[in-house]
Design a protein around this ligand. Structure first.
Ligand code: NDP
Ligand code: HEM
Length: 489
């Protein structure tokens, strides 16, 4: 094995660096006597062991990550001042974490679940994260529903057993989930490996240029390995860690997985009149309206050295933005701007951005100070300036950079005039379009996968779901109803 290749001996030390003479025996009072109180090395070892765990992510706990490179092949200068999107051929280091959503840290890689596709670009002006999934849409269009949704998809709170009734009861009460749940129950619901999925920003994000013009953008990462999937029966025969193994092995062997990076771009003016709400993450922008524009390649070429340090402590946030890149009014995305940094502070601590995997690859200067595990950044520049404003900005103290101010966003409505109800904003058309583009085999798989769970639900939930499928497409509704009835005998 590669890790046994080195011939060098490595001295064992305490965490304070002192050499350790004996790691096999505790100190005792004689051969059969109790431990003596000077077992400081034993105490350190046990005490550190007690503190090995941090909370796992509340969602996306199970995942695998690797480092790589983003290569720009087409300049986006007309759309953005972002420094890494200017010259064809420019390369940017990236870190990409794949994950399942609902299971715990040691759950199976082969759950029928969306796959997370969380991407960190270490740009020259800070870290930019796209925290997306392998699907172009999401189950919800308002973040206020997210905790309920996740509760419904996790295990039963009393029995800790899978709970199909809760899964479908949530969907029955939230027709906005139909498009995403159709993707989830389709053949694409269980990917063969992380290398064989597409990634999407899912949300509409934005780019802005030197003229103060903003563009709405959806990002697509198309796998160069091709989409490959598993049926439920095939997935059941795989070891739980199979996707992780596949990723580690392929990169170790030098078979670097890659994705072609594409964007859809819409002007602010077009967005005002587009027939689809461009900020509704339950919907795609059809390719015929907004064709994909190829702009680069993404490659993974280096595994992590320390799974805990790099994978478990990785902190991605939709609020990690850099000059030239912004968010959009998407309600889900807006809610996520709070959720992630809050989760990181709870899970990893206030200085999570100083951990190497999260640390920017550019200088960090600010007036944030101290906190648990404060390392050497941010640097204390400007003769110890510890507050702002001060008289030292011409002597190395951090100063604001007004030219990176994002262009203003014009608002069209008064805030709080009413609760703007968007629950019934066309929940069905795009689910129906997806059903229509499936071949016969894919339709059969979709209907079977739905019937597996739905046949275990109450009649009221079944009825509500039959109506939703039929609303998307008459044949979709008819087939699901028939298959559920077949199973009920
Ligand atoms: P197109 O015919 O131009 O595109 C169809 C897209 O559907 C392709 O990108 C294809 O992905 C993808 N696809 C095929 N089967 C599935 C599946 N089971 N789950 C998820 N994606 C699948 O059509 P439109 O742009 O008009 O979109 C029609 C429907 O396609 C949408 O309602 C949406 O459900 C789905 N879709 C659309 C996307 C978009 O950005 N417009 C992106 C992904 C899906 P691939 O190229 O990888 O085979
Ligand atoms: C992880 C919340 C919607 C993709 C997380 C985490 C939280 C969270 C708290 C764990 C973060 C951590 O501990 O590091 C939310 C909320 C949402 C939402 C409140 C809705 C308002 C979405 C959507 C997507 C998404 C729409 C994709 C389009 C991810 C991914 C991760 C994640 C990929 C894992 C990141 C990683 O690998 O570390 N989410 N989420 N989430 N979320 Fe969301």
């Amino acid at each position: 094995m590669e890790e046994f290749m080195s011939n060098k001996r490595c001295p064992m030390t305490t965490s304070a660096g002192a050499p350790v003479a004996n790691d096999n025996q505790s100190r005792t009072a004689g051969p059969r006597g109790p431990l003596s109180f000077d077992n400081h090395y034993l105490f350190e070892k046990l005490a550190h062991f007690n503190r090995e765990r941090i909370p796992e992510r509340v969602v996306h706990a199970r995942g695998s990550a690797a480092y790589g490179t983003f290569t720009l092949t087409r300049s986006l200068r007309d759309y953005t001042v972002a420094d890494f999107l200017q010259e064809p051929g420019q390369q940017t280091d990236i870190f990409l974490r794949f994950s399942t959503v609902g299971g715990g840290q040691d759950s199976s890689d082969y759950a029928r679940d969306p796959r997370g596709f969380a991407l960190k670009f270490y740009t020259g002006r800070g870290n930019w994260d796209i925290v997306g999934n392998n699907t172009p849409v999401f189950f919800l269009r308002d973040g206020i529903k997210f905790p309920d949704f996740i509760h419904s998809q996790k295990k039963h709170p009393r029995t800790n057993l899978p709970d199909p009734q809760a899964i479908y009861e949530f969907w029955a009460n939230n027709p906005q989930s139909l498009h995403q749940s159709t993707i989830l129950m389709s053949d694409r619901g269980i990917p063969l490996s992380y290398r064989h999925i597409n990634g999407y920003s899912s949300h509409t994000l934005s780019l802005w240029n030197e003229h103060g013009e903003r563009f709405w953008v959806k990002w697509h990462f198309k796998t160069n390995q091709g989409i490959k999937t598993l049926t439920n029966a095939e997935a059941a025969t795989r070891p739980a860690f199979g996707a992780q193994q596949d990723l580690v092995d392929s990169i170790d062997k030098g078979e670097f997985p890659s994705w072609t990076v594409k964007v859809q771009i819409m002007t602010e003016e077009e967005a005002k009149n587009y027939r689809i709400n461009p900020f509704d993450v339950t919907k795609v922008w059809p390719h015929r309206d907004y064709p994909l524009i190829e702009i680069g390649q993404l490659e993974l070429n280096r595994n992590v050295d320390n799974f805990f340090a790099e994978n478990e402590q990785a902190a991605f946030a939709p609020s990690n933005l850099v000059p030239g890149v912004g968010v959009s009014p998407d309600r889900m995305l807006q809610a996520r701007l709070l959720a992630y940094q809050d989760a990181h502070r709870y899970r990893i601590g206030a200085n999570y951005n100083q951990i190497p995997v999260n640390a920017p690859r550019c200088p960090v200067h600010n007036y944030q100070r101290d906190g648990a595990f404060a390392g050497i950044t941010p640097s204390i520049a400007g003769n110890g300036a510890n507050f702002y404003p001060n008289n030292r900005v011409d002597h190395g103290a951090p100063a604001e950079v007004p030219d990176v101010q994002e262009p203003p966003l014009a608002l069209e409505h008064d805030a709080w005039l009413d609760i703007y109800d968007n629950q019934h904003e066309d929940n069905f058309n795009q689910a129906g379009e997806l059903f229509c583009l499936m071949n016969e085999d894919h339709k059969r798989q979709l209907v079977d996968n739905i019937a597996d769970g739905l046949s275990q639900c109450t009649q009221a939930v079944q009825q509500a779901m039959f109506e939703q499928y039929a609303h998307a497409h008459a044949d979709y509704g008819k087939r699901v109803r028939q298959e559920v009835l077949n199973r009920l005998g």
